[in-house]
Design a protein around this ligand. Structure first.
Ligand SMILES: Nc1ncnc2c1ncn2[C@@H]1O[C@H](COP(=O)(O)OP(=O)(O)OP(=O)(O)O)[C@@H](O)[C@H]1O
Ligand SMILES: [Mg+2]
Length: 352
């Protein structure tokens, strides 16, 4: 493989589909760095695929600019000349070609010598552990194996940029974990710029060097998994990441309505914290306790906001018995450093 790699620069990108009454992509600015894996994360319909297809050249922007490796591509550079390889959620393999034939397809289309093609096919197949399946047809493969064929077909093209649209979505949970690990190691190894679309926050956290969180056509926040999780800019990002999501309860008193945000794993018995940790007490009135093996979720309410459900996530190693009966009062607290404050009207973070 050559050493070329490249960043992607997106400026004020818009897309409005014909007959649409809003922009599916609504003013996106993004700098995707050379060699990084950037995840586009957001709920269904927020514009992830549309953004990816515009980078690929399969969709024409209504406004804005796209640069790949410093070259402007959005006006008149066709998909095949953009130096990209895209893998879709549905792998789109050719059913009448063998695995080998599928992987070789883009190389044959580029009229590479047969020996070179054979070598590249073998290299990719070994990389993704499917060298034993080269003579099979797609129908003779499992979903996970087909997904690897699609990835092989993308990597043999030696693109400057990989565009992956939920490539693991069809796999079962266990296979998805393995495939995620493989993909990450592969990307680390070749250090090729990769834009990875998913609506799965765990996948995003596990894979991304950085995550761009999208909502209704807009990028709300870009940052490392740690930054977007620990330091969300608004209630959308705060509640989209984390399972269960961040607790949001209206603050008692104070000028202007604010929401107090704290993650379920930070809400713990007060005496669990060290003496020196400044705490914000949040007495919890138990509604229900859920045992989940590695964790217990305590669903409850707080006196200052009785309508809101608050969840505490207790690791199993906090061994003490939690009173399970409804109405029991627990002396819980959140460390001051783990509190977020949001404007109740706009959802924006205040007092950062
Ligand atoms: N060809 C099209 N014509 C009209 N509207 C479209 C078209 N493609 C997408 N849309 C609309 O644009 C918006 C964004 O769609 P997009 O496919 O980019 O979402 P997404 O974030 O990829 O969602 P998902 O997670 O479900 O794949 C949606 O409201 C969708 O209905
Ligand atoms: Mg999509």
């Amino acid at each position: 493989m050559s050493e070329t790699s490249a960043g992607v620069e997106i400026r004020q990108l818009h897309k409005r589909f014909k007959g649409g009454d809003h922009d599916a992509v609504d003013g996106v600015d993004l700098s995707i760095r050379d060699g990084e894996l950037l995840v586009l994360l957001g709920p269904s319909g927020c514009g992830k695929t549309t953004l990816l297809r515009m980078i690929a050249g399969l969709e024409h922007p209504s406004a804005g600019e796209i640069y790949i490796a410093g070259r402007r591509v959005d006006q008149d550079v066709p998909p095949r000349a953009r130096g990209i390889a895209m893998v879709f959620q549905s792998y789109a393999l050719y059913p009448h070609r063998t695995v080998s034939g599928n992987i070789a397809f883009p190389l044959e289309a580029a009229h590479l010598p047969r020996a070179v093609i054979a070598e590249k096919v073998r290299w990719a197949a070994e990389l993704f552990g499917i060298a034993g399946y080269l003579d099979r047809y797609p129908r003779q493969l499992s979903g996970g194996e087909r997904q690897r064929v699609a990835l092989c077909r993308a990597v043999v093209r030696d693109p400057q940029v990989f565009l992956l649209d939920e490539p693991l979505a069809n796999l079962d949970a266990k296979l998805r974990n393995t495939a995620r690990d493989e993909l990450k190691r592969f990307q680390r190894q070749i250090k090729r710029t990769t834009v990875y679309v998913t609506h799965d926050q765990v996948e995003a956290m596990g894979l991304g060097d950085r995550i761009a969180v999208m909502d209704r056509g807009k990028v709300r926040q870009v940052g490392t998994p740690h930054e977007v999780y620990e330091d969300p800019v608004d209630t959308f990002v705060a509640t989209f990441l984390g399972q269960p999501p961040m607790n949001l309860v209206e603050q008692p008193g104070g000028g202007g309505r604010t929401l107090l945000g704290f993650r379920p794993e930070h809400l713990l018995p007060s005496d669990h914290f060290g003496d020196r940790e400044p705490l914000h007490p949040i007495p919890l009135i138990v509604r229900r306790v859920e045992y989940l093996g590695s964790d217990r979720y305590v669903y409850g309410t707080v006196e200052f906001a009785p309508d809101a459900t608050v969840i505490a996530k207790l690791p199993a190693n906090i061994g003490r018995a939690i009173p399970e009966e409804e109405g029991g009062r627990l002396d819980f607290a959140v460390p001051e450093r783990a509190l977020c404050h949001f404007d109740a009207q706009t959802g924006a973070r205040v007092r950062r």
